[in-house]
Write a protein that binds this ligand. Structure first.
Ligand code: COA
Ligand code: AMP
Length: 643
């Protein structure tokens, strides 16, 4: 099929406002916007100013009003418990209204913040939608984060209420959430008025009613029985729908704000044009609602489009084996699957010849989309061979909320180039600049930036931190949003994303800050200084690796100190940090001005070519680092390139 991509991208370039005004017709507005784009509002302008709408209305009520209430909306499939439930749009309305009624009874209204700290259960999605229905702002915290991370988010968002569950289920272990929640609330400066706790059969949590704990199941059941109706509260298109905290360069996460209007318009556009999914079809994003992929493509986009979404609790491998994705695709007639490359690396490791794949009927599957980290060509080609459908790498970030570059199946696929995320999506004027801000020639590596304004659906700012947003993202390259990704655009316009330019790493598709891990390592009383870098890992893409210099006269056992530090990171950040490798070194390599040469250490560890930095203070330290890496089994490159 001939791709309409170029024509559609041109259409957007010719008249961005007309393009988005057309896309906005897919959304129900209580009051249509006065202006498609208002450059005078917000940090870089605002989309759909003056419009009034409601995201929950568009995800549920609108479909029911169109007579589609009995169609499948959400399929909950837990391999961890064996539960499977299918909700129609009508069923979902009942659930969401009941939760919204409970929230309203607890005093939650428009603009209030609600933290959702839950495993992958249907109730988590309903809770997000219930917040949206009331005009409240949700902030979902990934279950793999520890109490301190949760406390930081409660404080920063000044949450009025927390919705949580008694436990999450990880392979081989039940993760009690309630003790983490209680610790977080004890630590937090801001005390939420109440905590709604969903009791799961695998573990009942003792509730502290005197502290405002409420049994989620009982409270919601009471409203369900009463049949309480909760109307959708009209909100401004520019009002926040959610805050999603993501790793920044320090331990203080950045609260990405997504609005209601622009977010809906953009996501509805992507379902049809990027993913090629129609109303009534099943779309499955095998991610977690704690991440942006989960927000956009487990919850909002499929429901806005009137498709069915899958909420899957389990892992791609080991629950019970690497065939579980194929079982879910076959059983629920999934048309398009979206996941992180790491999931496919795990499946390939366990079933290299695809023996388990061929036992399933995957004839309904039309495409696989990968994102969250660079899709290595080997994994991508393997997936193509095994699934016999197009495999699309597309590039985006928590900040953008949807794909900056991709290959739009709905417009007709472009010829793919391995290693490239293909072309910029409409709305995104992607350029590559050198460090001084000058455009580079096609094919030259540089800083990937997006010309302002960002399209609808991208972040509008950081929560109550406009200046942080400006200084982190907009000031280095005036007139542009800095993606903090390095890469190139080739002579055909294909975008290649190679690496982050900051200290964010991608571990098993999870975005982590090595800066935050350094802050935790530095808390240990024996540590004088430290550097955490991401080193290449065959399964997870990257894993963190800590280099620690101990204080003088510390004579304790190094193995014991290392273990304490690993435990400390797990306790402070959470298991998701996957921080297991610690190397105790005498000194860290630095420039003469004292900057730690993390980039050079990383290249050495990954066995890549590296140059001796001209400003290095003492080159001998790199020899010591090389030795330690080799002792730890890294096939590192210890020899600098000749200048
Ligand atoms: N709640 C509590 N703990 C969690 C958790 C959660 N929601 N998610 C992960 N963890 C824990 C894991 O149990 C593990 O703990 P352990 O150290 O005790 O083993 C730790 O955090 C690291 O988890 P993870 O990085 O996910 O590694 P894994 O070895 O458990 O699984 C993969 C590896 C590749 C199978 C898995 O990471 C995966 O499915 N990745 C896909 C990621 C994804 O969908 N990303 C979203 C972007 S699209
Ligand atoms: P997150 O905010 O968790 O979605 O992580 C965003 C970061 O993941 C990006 O800035 C990239 O560094 C990386 N990333 C996501 N998708 C891709 C991709 N398709 N190719 C390369 N890197 C990617």
């Amino acid at each position: 099929m001939h791709s309409r991509y170029r024509a559609v991208y041109q259409q957007w370039q010719d008249n961005p406002e007309a393009f988005w005004a057309e896309a906005a017709k897919a959304v129900h507005w209580f009051t249509p916007p006065d202006r498609i784009f208002d450059p005078d509002q917000g940090v870089y302008g605002r989309w759909f100013a003056g419009g009034e709408t409601n995201t929950c209305y568009n995800c549920i009520d609108r479909h029911i009003a169109q007579g589609r209430g009995a169609e499948r909306a959400l399929i909950f499939d837990s391999v961890m418990t064996g539960e499977k439930r299918v909700y129609s749009y009508d069923d979902m309305l009942v659930e969401v209204q009941a939760i919204a009624a409970v929230l309203a009874n607890l005093g939650v209204g428009k603009g209030d913040r609600v933290i959702i700290y839950m495993p992958m259960v249907a109730e988590a999605v309903f809770s997000m939608l219930a917040c949206a229905r009331l005009g409240a702002i949700h902030s979902v915290v990934f279950g793999g984060f520890a109490a301190h991370e949760l406390a930081t988010r409660i404080d920063d968002s000044e949450a009025k209420l927390v919705i949580s569950a008694s436990c999450g289920l990880e392979p081989g272990r039940v993760v009690p959430y309630k003790p983490l929640l209680d610790q977080a609330i004890d630590m937090a400066r801001v005390k939420p008025q109440a905590c709604l706790v969903l009791q799961r059969d695998q573990l009942h949590a003792p509730l502290r009613y005197e502290h405002g704990d409420v049994d989620f199941g009982q409270a919601v059941e009471a409203e369900r029985v009463k049949g309480t109706q909760v109307p959708c509260v009209p909100v401004a298109a520019t009002d926040p729908l959610y805050i999603l905290y993501t790793s920044g360069t320090t331990g203080q996460p950045k609260g990405v704000i997504r609005d209601n209007g622009g977010h809906m318009v953009a996501l509805a556009w992507t379902m049809r044009n990027i993913y090629g999914v129609s109303p009534g079809e099943t779309f499955w994003a095998a991610s977690d609602i704690g991440w942006v992929v989960g927000h956009s493509y487990i919850v909002y986009a499929p429901l806005l489009a009137g498709s069915a979404t899958v909420v899957f609790e389990g892992k791609p491998v080991g629950t019970p084996d690497s065939s579980v994705f194929w079982r879910v695709i076959e059983e629920h007639d999934v048309k398009v699957l979206f996941t992180a490359p790491t999931a496919f690396r795990a499946i390939r490791r366990d079933d290299p010849d695809g023996d388990l794949i061929y036992r399933h009927d995957l004839s309904g599957l039309r495409a696989l989309f990968l994102a969250g980290e660079r899709a290595d060509p080997e994994t991508l080609k393997w997936a193509e061979r095994m699934l016999k459908v197009p495999v699309v790498d597309h590039w985006w970030q928590t900040e953008t909320g949807w794909a900056i570059a991709g290959n739009p199946a709905g417009l007709g696929l472009l010829p793919a180039k391995y290693g490239s995320a293909t072309m910029p999506m409409p709305g995104h004027a992607v350029e590559v600049l050198d460090d001084a801000g000058h455009p580079v020639a096609a094919g030259t590596l540089g800083n990937i930036v997006i010309r302002l304004p960002l399209p609808p659906g991208c972040l509008v700012s950081f929560w109550r931190a406009d200046q942080r947003f400006r200084s982190a993202c907009l000031e280095e390259f005036p007139g542009y949003y800095k993606t903090a990704d390095a890469g190139l655009v080739d002579e055909d316009g294909y975008v290649f994303v190679m690496a982050r330019t900051d200290d964010i790493i991608n571990c098993a598709g999870h975005r982590l800050s090595t800066g935050a891990m350094e802050e935790v390592c530095a808390m240990h009383p024996d540590v004088a200084e430290c550097a955490v870098i991401g080193v290449a890992d065959q399964l997870k893409g990257q894993i963190p690796c800590g280099f620690l210099v101990l204080k003088n006269r510390v004579e304790r056992d190094h193995a014991l100190i290392s273990k304490e530090i690993v435990d400390l990171v797990r306790q402070e950040i959470g298991p998701v940090a996957a921080f297991r490798t610690v190397m105790i070194v005498k000194r860290l390599p630095k420039t003469r001005s004292g900057k730690i040469l993390r980039g050079t250490m990383q290249k050495m560890a990954d066995g890549l070519p590296w140059k001796m930095p001209a400003t290095i203070d003492d080159p001998a330290i790199l020899d010591e680092i090389g030795e330690i890496l080799a002792d730890h089994g890294y096939s590192c490159n210890r020899q600098a390139l000749r200048a």
